[in-house]
Write a new protein. Structure first.
Length: 230
């Protein structure tokens, strides 16, 4: 790999590895404490029927901000939860992966479709990567149908009144652990679709995690540059 290509691969990897820090910055919440009295007045006016007053319009704007803040708060809480529990792991959202794949012409899929090589160092990274079942994702299988993803806590809650423990659910095959995912050039996948060649060997492997019935990912390992990212 030449110096230019190596520089681009490093840029791609850094974009994924630094995404958690960007998400934390973006999730900072601004609470308009100075406007509390105005908001209370707006509620009183709206109750009386002044639905188009200036104060009530401000209240409507605040509700929109509050909704956005709620989403940011949930993301911030999720990131801080995983950061505290797994301080050495890098967190990323599904949306961030999709955006970065589009930016760099990469493909995101389950590892069983990947047909490239895996360096020995990265294989060891994957083998040594550990996450609690409380945070791992499981697929509920019923015959040939797959349902939503759940973690151990969700599974135990779901079966709490059915006298089935988590280990029983796994042994009976009700739930199977979701496979790892990988980002790489599309030519490295066994897929039936138009392949977009970006010319760089830059795979990144992800471990799917679950919180509040939403899927996120840890970055396990990456390779393709002169030195693999740790």
């Amino acid at each position: 790999m030449n110096i230019r290509n190596n520089s681009i691969v490093e840029k791609i990897h850094n974009s994924f590895y630094s995404e958690m820090d960007k998400l934390l910055i973006e999730s900072n919440i601004l609470i308009p404490e100075d406007n509390i009295e105005l908001i209370e007045k707006s509620k009183r006016l709206e109750k009386l029927g002044f639905t188009n007053s200036k104060e009530v319009k401000i209240l409507k704007d605040f509700k929109n901000i509050s909704k956005n803040n709620k989403e940011k708060l949930e993301l911030q809480s999720t990131i801080l939860y995983f950061l505290k529990k797994y301080p050495n792991y890098k967190f990323i959202t599904t949306e961030s992966i999709q955006r970065l794949c589009k930016e760099y012409n990469l493909y995101f899929d389950s590892i069983e479709k990947y047909q490239g090589e895996i360096p020995e160092k990265n294989l060891r990274d994957i083998e040594n990567f550990k996450v609690s079942d409380d945070d791992s994702t499981f697929i509920f299988k019923l015959r040939c149908t797959e349902f939503l993803y759940h973690n151990k806590i969700d599974i135990e809650s779901f079966f709490s009144d059915r006298s089935l423990l988590f280990d029983d659910c796994i042994k009976k095959g009700f739930f199977i652990k979701r496979n790892l995912s990988i980002v790489a050039p599309s030519e490295d996948f066994n897929i039936k679709k138009d392949k977009v060649v970006n010319g760089f060997e830059d795979p990144i492997v992800f471990y799917p995690i679950c919180k509040n019935n939403k899927i996120y990912y840890f970055i396990i390992t990456a390779w393709g540059g002169e030195e693999n990212i740790i």
